[in-house]
Each structure stands twice: as structure tokens, then as C-alpha cells.
Design a binder for this molecule. Structure first.
Ligand SMILES: C[S@@+](CC[C@H](N)C(=O)[O-])C[C@H]1O[C@@H](n2cnc3c(N)ncnc32)[C@H](O)[C@@H]1O
Ligand SMILES: [Zn+2]
Length: 297
């Protein structure tokens, strides 16, 4: 049985009242009931918010992503996110007993778990240095519209709270989170602003211009680069941008196959181009923007 946060921040996706945690799941005062799956997650995605029968990334994409991420190929990105948020949250951590985090479009939980672990370790060390009796607790929630992703996340990382939900209708009470993380997933500013505490943080990761350039070159005649514009998020002030780029050299066909399986671009390759790529094993540019926003107070 996973640990449950007694202070549930969930709200009912049907009537918006707070959800109370019980051994079998969650319930609102209007008696809408959401069972906890055996893996520990809860499904808070009502049918009317589903655009297809099985939305989001498929089980195959999730499996490939897990293997690729666990091999550490995107670890520089995860480390940079952790460092950015740890610095931003440093003041908050000093004064609060609990830091609550939400990873939006968390996939199979790789970044979520590493972030929680990093902040928890930092808070424990700080408490030891200051000979303090109380350590700040770091509580992490992750949502994704893909049931396969959430199932995989909950199975692997039992200490966090995972829910199937849409980023456009976040099933959380207002001002629940000290920080939001959004890696690649879509979202709506109003919803982000609603669930974030005043002066809380939003970290987004988006592709920078050269991301996957060598793959695009083989698919499109005219390669269109990703935009370098900074997207405004209503209710937040943009604070800083970091660009993180490196060239990844696949060493085996399996490694490259995993990358191709976990990105939508991989599904656009013709069998011939795919074969050529797997034979050539070209170095591939990975290029990201990390943007940090602060919720207006
Ligand atoms: C490219 S993946 C990134 C996943 C994860 N953050 C990572 O980098 O490993 C984007 C994720 O967003 C999810 N997603 C897409 N549309 C969504 C929506 N409307 N609400 C919540 N999640 C969504 C997908 O299922 C997928 O897991
Ligand atoms: Zn309800």
C-alpha cells in the first residue's frame, strides 16, 4: 500500500469539492467515489474530458521511455531541472514544514522521482547542518492523461501520489503547490495559476531550436526549427531561461530504437529511413529550454 498524504490536495473532477482519502480511494461530500487502483494511483479523468478511448502516450512508448531514461541519457536535463527548482525553493523550504510539488504530464515518473529525491536529500542535509529536529517534507504529485504512464509511475515509485488526469482540468484545490513542473506536456495558464501558491514556481521544459535536428533532416525537406520565443503564462512572471544542449551518440541500434519509440517524430519515419538511421547511428542534438516563472503574489 503506498503512503497517502493525509492532507489530500485532490478535488473532485465532477463537482470540484475536496476529496477525502480513505483506505479504498477518495470520496467527496457529494459521494462521488474514486477507487485507488492496486498500483496505488487514482483515476480522476471523467469520460467527458477524454478526447479518445485511450488518450496520451501508449504503453509501448512508456516502456521505451523508461528504458531510455533509466540508462541515464537524459540525466543532464533532470539534474538541471532539480538544481533550478532547488535554488528557487530554497527560501520556501526554510520556512515551511512541507513542500508540495506537481509534475504535469509526468509520464512514467522519472523526472518526478528524481526531483523529489533531490529536494528531500537537500532538506535532510540542511536540517542536519542546522541541528534542527524537523526536516521539511517534500510531497510529490504527478498527473498524466495516459493511464499506461500513470500505472507504470505508481508501480515503480510507490511513495508519490499519481493520478490519471488532464492538464486542462487539474483535479486539485486552489493554491495547493509550491512548485509546478511541466516537461513537454500541454497546459493552460489559468489552471496552472489556480493550483500554484502565491510566489510559487513553475518550471517548464520545451524543445529549443536544434532539438533532434539530425532526425528532422532525414524526414523533412524543409526543416522547421523550434521557436526561440518565450511563452507568457498568465498569472506568472517569467524569471529566467537556461538553454541546455548536448550531442547524444547512440552506441547501439537498441539505444536509438528506444529514442525513436518514445518520441512522436519516430513514428513519422519511413521503414527505409529508419533502417538507414539504425545503420548509421548518427550523433543527435538534444536541445532544451528550461524556463522559470514565479506566480504573482
Ligand atoms: C513527451 S511526454 C513527456 C513525459 C515526461 N514529462 C517525460 O519527459 O518523460 C508528454 C506527456 O504528456 C502527456 N500528456 C499529453 N497530453 C496531456 C494532457 N492533456 N494532460 C496531461 N498529460 C498529457 C503524455 O501522455 C506524455 O506522458
Ligand atoms: Zn464530487
Amino acid at each position: 500500500m503506498p503512503l497517502t498524504d493525509p492532507l489530500t490536495h485532490y478535488r473532485c473532477p465532477l463537482c470540484q469539492l475536496m476529496l477525502q482519502s480513505s483506505p479504498s480511494g477518495y470520496q467527496c461530500a457529494n459521494r462521488h467515489q474514486f477507487d485507488r487502483a492496486k498500483e496505488g494511483y487514482v483515476n480522476l479523468l471523467p469520460v467527458q474530458q477524454k478526447k479518445s478511448l485511450d488518450p496520451g502516450d501508449s504503453a509501448d512508448m512508456i516502456q521505451a521511455r523508461r528504458r531510455f531514461l533509466e540508462a541515464g541519457f537524459y540525466q543532464p536535463l533532470s539534474d538541471a531541472v532539480n538544481q533550478l527548482l532547488a535554488t528557487a525553493l530554497a527560501d520556501t523550504a526554510t520556512f515551511r514544514q512541507t513542500i508540495t510539488l506537481l509534475d504535469i504530464g509526468c509520464g512514467e515518473g522519472y523526472y518526478s522521482h528524481r526531483l523529489q529525491n533531490f529536494l528531500h536529500t537537500g532538506c535532510t542535509q540542511e536540517a542536519e547542518t542546522n541541528a534542527s529536529d524537523t526536516t521539511t517534507q517534500v510531497s510529490l504529485y504527478g498527473i498524466d492523461i495516459s493511464k499506461a504512464a500513470i500505472k507504470a509511475a505508481a508501480k515503480h515509485y510507490k511513495q508519490h501520489q499519481f493520478a490519471v488526469a488532464s492538464s486542462y482540468h487539474l483535479p486539485f484545490m486552489a493554491e495547493s503547490f509550491d512548485s509546478l513542473l511541466r516537461i513537454y506536456a500541454p497546459s493552460q495558464s489559468d489552471e496552472l495559476a489556480r493550483v500554484c501558491k502565491a510566489k510559487g514556481w513553475l518550471c517548464t521544459v520545451t524543445p529549443a531550436p536544434q532539438h533532434l535536428f539530425e532526425l528532422k533532416q532525414r524526414i523533412y525537406q524543409d526543416v522547421r526549427l523550434h521557436s526561440a520565443d518565450i511563452t507568457g503564462e498568465a498569472g506568472f512572471c517569467h524569471q529566467q531561461r537556461q538553454q541546455l544542449s548536448w550531442r547524444w551518440q547512440p552506441e547501439t541500434t537498441t539505444q536509438l530504437e528506444q529514442l525513436l519509440q518514445m518520441i512522436p517524430l519516430g513514428y513519422r519515419l519511413t521503414p527505409e529511413v529508419r533502417q538507414l538511421l539504425l545503420t548509421d547511428l548518427p550523433a543527435i542534438t538534444l536541445d532544451f529550454y528550461l524556463d522559470l516563472y514565479q506566480r504573482q503574489g
